[in-house]
Design a protein around this ligand. Structure first.
Ligand SMILES: [Zn+2]
Length: 160
């Protein structure tokens, strides 16, 4: 294959069009029938057209009900493929949260270590760092967060 050594790499990517994520497994089952509405996808298996983007297409193929009707033509293999992809996305988000938690535990551990040293030098006189007051404070914080969330929800339902 001949290779043209023309250097036109600058400004070749953005033409104003919405760039789809071509790595997504959903694109194996969906096409965009109308370029003016990139959010509308057509299922290549059953021909159904619906909005909501590639994520909804995967739900359609994977028979995940709730947002979209299930694809009558998708095979078990197709369903699992899309289901795995959706679940993997969820796991990735979870993994990030766990990582942050781990960091916190590490910091806590360092604090505990230094408190141990202090305790050793003071003998048994040092009080326990994590007392019942701390637990109590945590409960209050939690309740306040729930309350704040509820108020947010209320505002959302009042707004048009
Ligand atoms: Zn379909």
């Amino acid at each position: 294959m001949a290779c043209n050594a023309s250097t036109t790499s600058i400004g070749s990517t953005t033409t104003g069009a919405h760039k789809r994520n071509s790595n997504d497994v959903g694109w194996e089952y969906g096409v965009i029938p109308d370029k003016s509405n990139m959010d509308r996808l057509k299922c290549t298996l059953c021909g159904k057209v619906f909005g909501g983007g590639i994520f909804r297409m995967k739900q359609h193929i994977a028979h995940m009900t709730g947002n979209v009707s299930s694809c009558p033509k998708s095979k078990k293999y197709d369903q699992l493929k899309c289901l795995n992809n959706i679940n993997r996305g969820k796991l990735k988000k979870k993994a990030k949260k766990v990582h942050i938690k781990d960091l916190r535990v590490e910091v806590r551990q360092e604090l505990d270590d230094s408190m141990d040293e202090l305790e050793n030098s003071l003998g048994s006189m040092a009080p326990n760092v994590i007392g019942p007051m701390d637990n109590f404070a945590n409960i209050i914080n939690h309740e306040e967060i729930v309350k704040a969330e509820r108020e947010k929800m209320l505002i959302l339902t009042i707004l048009p």
